[in-house]
Write a protein that binds this ligand. Structure first.
Ligand SMILES: C[S@@+](CC[C@H](N)C(=O)[O-])C[C@H]1O[C@@H](n2cnc3c(N)ncnc32)[C@H](O)[C@@H]1O
Length: 531
């Protein structure tokens, strides 16, 4: 995709201005602290196409040569993992923060990925057509739409109008109303207080954290009246990684949005709501709740009613551009193509929300191999269920993180790019602060990634490097890291201990437990070479 080279991007970096204390761009978005590495499996092109097509929309499929654009890609981990897991697709990640673009570019170069590139440019540049980009099959934006101001949201809409193909799929997440109704004022307070301070963002953040803590403990009526709703927000503001907290709380344009507003805004770009990714919905509504939907034909209003029933705080919407409806025959053909792959060890599953009468036989079958939905419908326990019910059951397992969509025709794809990137990611993950990043390993089987924590990263490196037996060097490295970061870790027998107190023998147990539980999953997903 030659038109996506950085050379074609004019005036890439917006002017910076000193506003209040730290450096904030003229878009009001924080840039003097980087966003942590974060992989979002919900943005997988297969998952997005699958959701739309199973909902009956003729959305694009991840066929060889498909194109994918991520707007505001941060440090690029999602784009990189998806590119490695989909070697037949072509990926572009954009961001206006030059350090993010440098990090993403360094990652894909180190892994030798030739089907991904990163562009340093702002939304305004793209909206004004200053960057020569084609129309894409997929456009995804995470952590952007409700974090930037109204002007930038307008630019995003222009980009969607210009750069999504007919039948193309858009993923867009945002902080939602009414779930933020009580805690939105907290974001404003944090923003106002931190902007009034002098100094760099880290200093202002830490001073604001201390001050908010004092405010809470000074018997502020707002805090005592809304304790239950505010507690999770106060905890995340106080404890989560600086980069995450700064990007969440101290952007001037930040706004929690109603689904109706987002759906109406993107409708201007010909985008129709296909469904939501996140597991926000309970499996069954009470009869009283079901009655509430009677007579409401407007799809967007139904979603908002559901958001009130569920107190939704965060939405992950999927839209299709000018979609045709699939015929029943075409839906059936898609169910012959797409299905589920198990992404977790069976013993680790605690699924209380789904029927074990269906779950156990399905897991028995999926432990043998990934299966299409048509094949799953033929498992005896599923006989008599409609295909819609089979699919809904599978989507629930995926939303809970136990399975992932699997595309039969993608199984011939090379695993080499994933293996190269996985080494790079494991190198980075092993030294990353455990609370700050969400790393992943790329899997060509599910065309997506699976989570990777910093100790698992050590095991991955040892197994794919020169210590498949997890010998003394690996144990020493893990022990040093555990002693270095003070977190809670699970040791044998499900006991929990402070990582700084873990003994050498316990570290060996931890490593062996990870190897025994992860290796079968990693091999099934081909994130690790092997039979
Ligand atoms: C909250 S972070 C999310 C990063 C990544 N998408 C993720 O979810 O992990 C938002 C990203 O949008 C980028 N961004 C914000 N305003 C932008 C603009 N006007 N143009 C381009 N990128 C922007 C920021 O630099 C940042 O990397």
């Amino acid at each position: 995709m030659p038109s996506c080279r950085r050379a074609v991007v004019p005036s890439a970096v917006p002017r910076s201005a000193f506003l209040g204390g730290g450096v904030i761009t003229d878009t009001g978005y924080v840039t003097d602290i980087d966003y942590p590495d974060y992989f979002h499996s919900q943005m997988s092109p297969l998952l997005l196409s699958s959701l739309c097509r199973l909902a009956g929309f003729d959305a694009v499929r991840p066929e060889p040569g498909f194109t994918y654009l991520e707007l505001g890609a941060g440090a690029g981990m999602t784009t990189a993992v998806l590119a490695a897991a989909n070697p037949e697709g072509r990926f572009v990640g954009t961001d206006f923060n030059p350090r993010h673009i440098a990090a993403g570019t360094q990652m894909i170069r180190a892994a030798g990925l030739t089907n991904a590139s990163f562009l340093e440019c702002g939304f305004a540049d793209l909206a004004e057509g200053k960057v020569a980009l084609p129309a894409f099959d997929y456009v995804a934006l995470s952590g952007v739409y409700s974090w930037v101001d109204a002007e930038q949201r307008e630019h995003v809409l222009t980009i969607l109008d210009r750069h999504v193909k007919p039948g193309g799929v858009v993923y867009i997440n945002y902080n939602a109303m009414p779930g933020w109704a009580v805690s939105a004022p907290l974001q404003r307070l944090i923003l106002e207080y931190s902007e009034a301070l002098d100094g760099g963002v880290l200093h202002r953040l830490s001073a604001t954290r201390e001050w908010v803590d004092r405010l809470v403990h000074a018997d502020g009526r707002f805090f005592s009246s809304h304790e239950a709703a505010l507690r999770p927000r106060l905890d995340s503001f106080g404890q989560w990684a600086d980069g995450y907290v700064a990007h969440e709380f101290i952007n001037r344009g930040w706004q929690a949005l109603f689904h109706t507003d987002v759906a109406r805004a993107v409708a201007g770009a010909g985008l129709e709501f296909a469904g939501s990714v996140s597991p926000v919905r309970p499996l069954r509504r009470t009869p009283e709740q079901r009655k509430l939907f009677e007579g409401i034909t407007d799809r967007a209003l139904r979603e908002v009613v559901a958001d009130f029933l569920d107190d939704t705080q965060f939405r992950e919407d999927v839209y299709v551009r000018q979609p045709r409806r699939l015929s029943p025959r075409e839906r059936g053909e898609w169910c012959d193509e797409v299905g589920l792959c198990l992404t977790e060890r069976r013993g680790a599953m605690h699924l209380h929300t789904v029927s074990s009468r269906l779950l156990n036989p399905l897991l028995d079958a999926l432990e043998q191999r990934p299966m299409t939905f048509t094949e799953i419908a033929q498992v005896p326990a599923f006989s008599g269920l409609s295909m819609a019910a089979v699919v809904a059951f599978g989507e629930r397992l995926t939303a809970e993180g136990w399975t992932s969509p699997y595309l039969r025709s993608a199984q011939a794809n090379s695993a080499e790019p994933a293996w190269r990137l996985n080494r790079v990611l494991a190198e980075r993950a092993q030294t990353a602060a455990p609370q700050s990043a969400h790393y992943a390993l790329a899997s060509p089987v599910i065309s997506s990634g699976v989570p990777l924590n910093f100790i698992q990263a050590q095991v991955y490196l040892a197994l794919t490097g020169d210590d498949p037996g997890l010998g003394a060097d690996t144990v020493e490295r893990v022990l040093a890291r555990l002693h270095d970061c003070d977190i809670q870790v699970e040791i044998s027998g499900n006991a929990v201990k402070r990582s700084s107190e873990v003994t050498r023998a316990e570290a060996v147990d931890i490593l062996h437990a990870i190897r025994d539980s992860r290796v079968p999953v990693w091999r099934r997903l081909r994130v690790l070479a092997g039979e």
